[in-house]
Design a protein. Structure first.
Length: 426
């Protein structure tokens, strides 16, 4: 029977995040994830080493990248015999990769592993439409030239319309932004509150760069040394001038400023057993604690698409015997400013907490001074699968800087899902 061991977070590395169509527009998922991985390998002296496993994923993937993680290992400076596989949990992919590696380390199946995530909206996969694909498959299976020609004569002009990936929920047809706009309206989240929250994210990320926080968490890539979306001068006044892009009429409050931009980027995290870290004299930043996923029914139910973390966090607290206030840092992924504000409001709302969470009193408030202290996705950008690794590395380093403490991670994801986790440093 396996015993459960503590899982150490040794460090992280990412490339700066770029805006879609920006400096990484000619880079694919493999290029970006390889750069993030090689930066990590160089930082921790792992060149030529066989790491237990590399687990990573991308939300938008080309069909040729059916096992993207393995291809990245083969193109990296790790020992090519390092096993690797992909995971996919939409915007929670990066954190799910961390959990996947960590669970194997905890059970003694691995001594070390690297988790990662990457996404590019600049190089999104465009597919052939279904009808053309079927014609081509028929032609490919033909036994004679005549059969092949016969199959190909079935091609019609309408077959040439490609399948372009949309940033939309398959079962509702609505974009994430439209879903979030409905939730923001239902919870009466004001434009001013969203813009204030956004400005703070930019100011905090800028301050973190200024004090060198990211110096050992980031490898420059293709001329970019900082997240391209970061606007240190982002002010409530400037943000107030932007026109709404999601929702309609008077109640439309979400803009290009208080929503995450479509982005390109990659991140990685090194995890290990304490023994492995000690053998290599690698300091431990923090340990991964409990993890809880959740999902909501955003299709036939009346719950908001991005509300799953509002359910996952209370379960995490119940299981660990903690209160919402028992954390030194809170890292809540900023898909949209409104979404973070809705989640915080829901945890303070007696009706939501009683009727949806089955609690006799509200979960409580979070001290804003402890929330996303180095900014988050609104300022950094959000290359979907890369966000989890960015957040884990940031929080682990914050805990190491503080010396001891506990941090909460909450990430909402497409498909009505969410993933939450605790990091701690005794
Ligand atoms: C679980 C999850 O994470 S769900 C979230 C998943 N992610 C998404 O859904 C992505 C959502 N975002 C998007 O779809 C797009 O980024 C949009 C629709 C919001 C905006 O797209 P675009 O219109 O191309 O944005 P663009 O970058 O051109 O910005 C529009 C304007 O706002 C301005 N702007 C953007 N951010 C800021 C800012 N922080 N401060 C000041 N101005 C800003 C830009 O300068 C631009 O101004 P201009 O028109 O004068 O040039």
């Amino acid at each position: 029977m396996a015993t459960v061991r503590r899982v150490a977070i040794i460090g992280g590395n990412r490339i700066p995040f770029a805006r879609a169509g920006g400096p990484y527009r000619r880079a694919g998922n493999q290029d970006m994830l390889t750069a993030a991985l090689d930066g990590l390998v160089a930082r921790f002296g792992l060149q030529g080493e066989l790491v237990g496993e590399f687990v990573a994923g991308a939300v938008l993937k080309h069909s040729r990248d059916f096992n993207l993680a393995r291809e990245v290992v083969l193109g990296s400076r790790l020992d090519p015999r390092t096993p690797a596989h992909d995971v996919q949990m939409a915007c929670a992919t990066g954190l799910e990769s961390v959990v996947s590696v960590a669970n194997k380390i905890a059970l003694g199946q691995l001594e070390s592993g690297i988790a990662g995530g990457v996404d590019t909206t600049s190089d999104a996969p465009i597919a052939l439409n279904d009808d053309l694909r079927r014609v081509l498959l028929r032609a490919n299976h033909a036994r004679t030239a005549a059969e092949r020609i016969k199959a190909l004569t079935g091609v019609r002009p309408r077959h040439l319309v490609p399948e372009i990936p949309r940033n939309a929920e398959p079962r509702t047809g609505l974009s994430m932004g439209e879903h979030a706009a409905r939730t923001a309206l239902a919870w009466e989240i004001s434009r001013e509150a969203q813009d204030e929250f956004t400005a703070r994210s930019h100011q905090r990320l800028a301050a973190a760069y200024e004090r060198g926080f990211f110096d050992d968490l980031l490898t420059p890539f293709q001329g970019l040394t900082r997240d391209q979306n970061l606007r240190p001068d982002s002010s409530v006044e400037k943000l107030a001038q932007l026109r709404p892009v999601f929702g309609r009429g008077e109640g439309a409050t979400m803009t290009a400023g208080n929503s995450t931009p479509l982005s390109d980027g990659a991140s990685t995290v090194l995890l290990a057993s304490e023994e492995w870290a000690a053998q290599r004299r690698l300091p431990v930043l923090a340990y991964l604690g409990d993890v809880v996923p959740a999902a909501v029914d955003h299709v036939s139910g009346d719950e908001g698409l991005l509300m799953a973390p509002a359910y996952a966090v209370p379960r995490l607290l119940d299981r660990t015997g903690l209160e919402l206030g028992d954390f030194d840092f809170y890292e809540i992924h900023e898909a949209f400013a409104s979404q973070v504000l809705v989640t915080l409001k829901a945890w303070q709302d007696p009706e939501f907490c009683q009727q949806r969470l089955g609690r006799d009193k509200p979960l409580g408030e979070i001290d804003p001074a402890k929330l996303n202290v180095n900014g988050s996705s609104l300022a950094a950008g959000h290359p979907f699968a890369a966000t989890g690794g960015r957040i884990v590395a940031t929080l682990a380093k914050l805990l190491a800087e503080k010396g001891s403490g506990r941090g909460l991670i909450s990430i909402c994801a497409a498909g009505g899902q969410g993933l939450t986790a605790i990091l701690e440093r005794p």
